[in-house]
Every structure is written in C-alpha cells, then in structure tokens.
Design a protein around this ligand. Structure first.
Ligand SMILES: Nc1nc2c(ncn2[C@@H]2O[C@H](COP(=O)(O)OP(=O)(O)O)[C@@H](O)[C@H]2O)c(=O)[nH]1
Ligand SMILES: [Mg+2]
Length: 655
C-alpha cells in the first residue's frame, strides 16, 4: 500500500471488513478477538470516516505523570488552558486546543470528537478543574494553533497503584487516534521500561504514528549526555530500526525552570542538534501527507490483522470440524457396539419361515420331513399371526436382553471416550464423508497444533487424535458431565425396542420375501425347495459379521453391503453357507445371494433409529455448539476473505 491511495474498491473492502467481523468474533479466542476488534474499531470509527472527510491532524502530547505535558501543551496552545499541578495524575481526560474557526465547523468538530472517543460530543472546557475528573474529552479555542491541527493534552498513562493505571485506557484510546505523538520524558522516566513500552505500542500498535521526543532535564546537562539518554529512549521505542534517530520527526530538550513553574516564563525548548524550533516543526507539518501516511499505515495494519484473524478463524473452524466429526464417528461406532451380537440364526429362521409360508403347498409338503422348525420359528409364526400366548423366553427375547447389555456397555464406552481430553477414533481414510475431518486434521497437524494427529492404520483406515476445541473446552467439560450423570435406562430400553424382532421387522421380512419372489425367474423358481434349507443352516458361522472390525472379510461367500456409517465408510457382511450342509457350490452361491437383501435391510432398519437415540441423548449435545458456531461463521469468514482480496486487488490496480 506504500505508493497508493485508497481507492473506491479498497474502501468498499474496508466496509465489508466492518460488516463481517462482528459475526466472526465468537470464533476467536480472547486474545485473537481483542487484537482484531481493536483494529476493526479503529477502522470503523477512525479510518473509514477519515477516508471521506477532512479533519484536523491530531498532535497528542503524551508522557508519564508530572513530566510537564500540560505545561508543554499550554505553551503550544499559547495560553494557560490546561491545569498545571505538581501532583501527578492531575490530568484525567483529554483537552484539545482548536483554532476558533475550526471550532465553528460543527460537522468537523463532531467527527473530531468521534475520533477521540466513540460518540463523544464537542464540549468546551469551562474551568481547568474539569480535567481532574475522568470523562469525555473537552476543547479550548486557541488562535495560536493552525486551523488544520488539533493539539491534545492527554491523561497521564502511568499514574495509579500497582497494576491499576487509572487513565491508561483513556490514554490508549486517544493515542490510537492521533497522527503525531509528542513524547515527553524526564531524567526519572527516560529509562522506564513500562513507560517506553506503552509509548512504543501507541506508536506502532495498529499503524504507525509519527513521534516527536522532548526531554525535560536540567539545563546543566551537556548535549551529548542528553543525546545519550534520548538514544536510550529511541532504542526502546524502535528496537528494530537501524537508524532510530531517523524515526523521530524531531528531538528536543526542555530545560527545567523554576520561572516556568511560577508561571513567569515559557518553557525553553530547543532542538537537540539541527532542526526547526518546536512550534515551527508543528506548524510546518505537511497535513495532507502526514494524514495520508498515518491512514495508509493504519489500513495496512488493519489488513494484516484481518489476515491474522482469518488464519485464526480457520484454525478454530478446523478444531470444531475435527471434534464434530470425531464425535459423529464415535456415535456410529457405538451403534455397532450394540448390534455386534447380530442374531443371524434368528434372522434366517424368520426369513425361512416366512418364505415357507408363501411357498406353494406342494413344495411345502415335499420338504416337510427335512424341516427342523425351531422354537424361534414357532415364536415368529405366532408373532406374524399376532398370537404370542405361548411364547417362552424366546431367542428373540434372549437377543433383546443381549442387545440391552451390549448397548449399555457400548454407551458407557462412548461416554468414557467422550470424557477423555482427547478423542481417539478410527475412521475411513477414503470415504467422502470423512474428507472434511481428515483435511481439518492434516491442516492442524501441519500447523503444529499439538495433540492433533492423523495416521494411517491398516487398510483404508486412519487413526485420529482430536482434543476438545479450544473455544469450547470448559463448556464441553460441563456438557459431558451432565450427559454422564443423566439417566440412560429409558432410552437404552427404547433402543432395545428398536433393535428387537418386532412386528415391524416381521412385516419387512414379509415384504422382502414377496419382493424376492416377484422378481424370481422360472429357473430360480425351480430351486424353490432349496430355500427350505435355510432353516437348517447352523446359526453360527453362516455370516461373518464385520461390524466390529469394520473390515471387509475376505473369503468365499456373498458380500452383503450394509449401510455406510459415518466415519467408517462402507460395511460389509460375508454370507457363507457352510459346505457341511451338503449343497453343491452353485446352490450354495444361489442361497447366499438370495439372503443378501435380508441382511442389508435388517441392518438399515436397526441402525437408523438406534443412531438417532445416541445422537439425541449423547452426541448431539456435545456437538451442538460446534455445529452452530460453524454454521454462523461460515458466511462471515468468506466475506472477510473476499474483503481482503478486494483490498489487495484494489491496491494492485491503484499502484
Ligand atoms: N522545575 C520545573 N518544573 C516544571 C517544568 N515544567 C513543569 N514543571 C512542573 O512539574 C509539575 C507537573 O507539570 P504538568 O505540566 O502539570 O505535568 P503533567 O502532569 O505531565 O501534565 C508542575 O508542578 C509544573 O510546574 C520545568 O520546566 N521545570
Ligand atoms: Mg497534566
């Protein structure tokens, strides 16, 4: 931005920064937000208004308590305006000396006071005692001041007890708006680190300000000793400069004088070495150039701060995405934990039973002797008929009980994993669903965000380490504690209801049977009898159930595609009809393929409602804030990116 003026495109970009920034604040950590919001405030209340409107150049006299600021201010303003007291901390608000004709320009005065402090109104000072109380800035009219300049007496920034600096905020605010700082120091304060640090930040906080140094010291000090002390100050103010003396607009010494204290004489201020006298320097300032310089450097700093904020926001969003998606993957895993004891035999019994019921009578009779109808099949038949009078503790009830136990176990494992400061979760390293999670983790790892990790673990799997997002750490702690201590029995029972073999599933199986039947060709129909063998399949080992390993089982048999689960990619079950059944390979294959749909449908029917219960009762509560923060900040963040881009483009076209 060095050689450019700020054109319309850039100005538009700055307006967009102001509009979008506030919505981004919740995404930033306290110190990130603090720096950025100060830059945005400066942009909104100072830089943008000054791009369009003329306003006097602000020359602020600053320094610690009782160094002689008010004395110097009065001298520059040409009158006894500001109260001068030996007591430090006397000046507690800002006093502006303004040329009378500038003071009559209402619009300009309002803008000027808005620069001093948001919404401050131009109020003239009535008595110097008003400066004793903190409050809004005041002004005095002074014909000695050039029309285009306002000289400011500012609050002492170093008075107060210990860390409580009474006027520091007020001083900081006023110095941030100023174009030129006149820094006054004494022999007691020239090497005071806290003071020079404060001034250094004021000079180069957000954009650079010009500085004039005034050393009030005994007239007896030789110039070279004075220069040495001044160099110390310069070195502390401009630690990176190769030629610190060049950084100051002017360097002056102001002799201690009792006549000044008595009000009988003006302070004697003379340049250290060559240079104009102080009044000449101030009145000779190139107003347009100085203002342009300070606006330019402030704009640069604001763009840099916005870029920083965008970078921080990206990191915070990656943290949120990584946490949200890891929790979602853990929820999927928890479903599988409940369904791991898949009652494959039972499912097949029911299917076979239903199939037989729909077989032509002749076929049924033909297979009667070979049929082994289990108690389960009886139960299921009764269930289908709506008759459950004579059901003993059936296999279905057995399964329901088993599910409850497994699921309870799975939920408590889920809770214990969620309560760890870092989530460790395995996800698919290829599926589209987990792409955002993997990208976020890679970005975080590449930025050395500690505790984040992603490494490949076996075929198409990635092992992820995800700590709680920094923004939500303390809230999450409470949320997870609340979830852990809330009652679970009710919804775990509800999940068991969903998982069990209920009338819904009976209807599903019936539909599946009808569907399979209607699609079967003549050739397949000729194998009708084969289906009866389903009931004779040993319930174990017929299906290699892969949910717990989530790894496709390699081997013979048909692969049933089970629903994709978040974080895990596709799940498969291998159906292998054992050779011990005495069927030939072709018939075995035929049977295996026929059963695939059954497994797929069953799994889908069970998975969805159980996952929903886990989400509602556990995981959604953990990721609610992540999700809403992500949603609320997506658009503002891209608007901010566009704004920075348009400012940089504008800069290019204006160069
Ligand atoms: N000896 C001496 N005292 C000064 C000089 N200038 C100011 N003072 C005194 O230092 C005290 C503080 O001055 P003031 O201008 O109120 O300082 P401020 O607190 O920085 O505004 C007053 O008692 C002044 O009279 C000076 O050149 N020589
Ligand atoms: Mg004062």
């Amino acid at each position: 931005m060095k050689e450019t003026t700020i054109n319309a495109e850039m100005e538009q970009g700055f307006h967009r920064i102001v509009e979008a920034s506030e919505k981004l604040y919740p995404l930033l950590l306290d110190d990130e937000r603090h720096g950025f919001s100060r830059a945005v405030d400066l942009l909104k209340h100072k830089v943008i208004p000054l791009l369009r409107h003329e306003c006097p150049l602000l020359v602020a006299v600053t320094g610690g308590g009782s160094v002689g600021k008010s004395t110097l201010f009065n001298f520059l303003a040409g009158g006894k305006y500001s109260g001068v007291k030996s007591r430090a901390g006397y000046t507690r608000r800002t006093l502006a000396a303004i040329h009378p004709s500038a003071a009559r320009d209402r619009a300009r005065m309002e803008l000027l006071f808005d620069l001093f402090r948001k919404n401050a109104l131009p109020v003239p000072m009535k008595t110097p005692d008003e400066m004793l109380a903190p409050g809004e800035p005041l002004y005095v009219e002074s014909p000695s001041i050039p029309e285009q300049i306002a000289v400011l007496d500012t609050p002492d920034f170093d008075t107060g007890d210990k860390d409580e600096f009474a006027n520091r905020d007020a001083a900081e605010e006023i110095l941030a708006s100023s174009d030129v700082l006149v820094y006054l120091f004494t022999n007691q304060t020239y090497n005071n680190k806290a003071n020079t640090d404060f001034v250094r930040k004021a000079i180069s906080g957000i954009g650079r300000r010009k500085v004039v140094l005034v050393y009030r010291c005994s007239a007896a000090y030789p110039d070279d000793e004075v220069a040495e002390h001044v160099d110390t100050v310069l070195h502390n103010l401009f630690p990176d400069s190769v030629n610190p003396r060049q950084e100051a607009l002017g360097i002056y010494r102001m002799d201690e004088s009792d006549a000044v204290v008595r009000g009988e004489a003006d302070p004697a201020i003379r340049p250290l070495g060559e240079g104009p006298d102080m009044v000449g320097l101030i009145t000779g300032l190139d107003i347009v150039e100085t203002r342009r310089d300070s606006l330019r450097s402030q704009c640069e700093a604001i763009v840099a701060k916005t870029k920083d904020a965008i970078e921080s926001a990206d990191v915070r969003r990656w943290e949120l995405v990584a946490y949200r998606d890891s929790v979602r993957a853990l929820a999927s895993h928890a479903v599988l934990g409940g369904l791991k004891n898949f009652p494959q035999g039972l499912l097949m019994e029911k299917f076979a039973e239903c199939w037989r019921a729909s077989q032509p009578l002749l076929v049924r009779v033909a297979h009667w002797p070979g049929r082994k109808v289990s108690g389960v099949a009886k139960w299921f038949r009764q269930k289908l008929k709506g008759d459950d009078r004579a059901a003993p503790l059936s296999a279905a009830e057995e399964y329901r009980k088993r599910f409850s136990e497994d699921f309870k176990d799975s939920v408590s494992k889920l809770l214990s994993r969620l309560s760890q400061p870092t989530l460790n979760v395995e996800v698919s390293s290829v599926s589209e669903e987990t792409r955002e999670l993997r990208d976020a983790l890679r970005n975080l790892v590449s930025r050395n965000e500690k505790d984040y990790g992603i490494s490949s673990s076996g075929r198409e799997k990635a092992e992820c380490s995800v700590p709680r997002p920094s923004l939500l750490k303390s809230e999450l702690e409470k949320v997870i504690q609340a979830i852990a201590s809330s009652g679970k029995d009710e919804w775990i029972e509800a999940a068991a209801d969903k998982a069990s073999f209920n009338a819904d599933l009976a209807k599903d199986i019936k539909d599946l049977v009808d569907d399979t039947r209607s699609k079967r060709s003549f050739w397949e129909k000729s194998k009708e009898g084969l289906w009866a063998t389903v009931a004779t399949l040993p319930p174990i080992a017929a299906v290699a159930w892969t949910v717990c390993t989530s790894d496709p089982v390699v081997g013979t048999g048909a692969m049933a595609h089970l629903s994709a689960l978040f974080g895990l990619g596709d799940l498969w079950a291998t159906l292998a009809v054992p050779a011990s059944l005495g069927l030939d390979a072709a018939n075995r294959r035929f049977l295996e393929n026929g059963l695939k749909g059954l497994y797929e449908k069953w799994f889908d029917r069970k998975r969805e409602p159980i996952l929903k219960l886990i989400e509602e009762n556990v995981t959604d509560r953990c990721i609610r804030d992540c999700a809403s923060l992500l949603e609320a900040t997506e658009a503002p963040l891209s608007r901010l990116r566009e704004a920075v881009e348009s400012i940089c483009n504008g800069e290019g076209s204006a160069a």
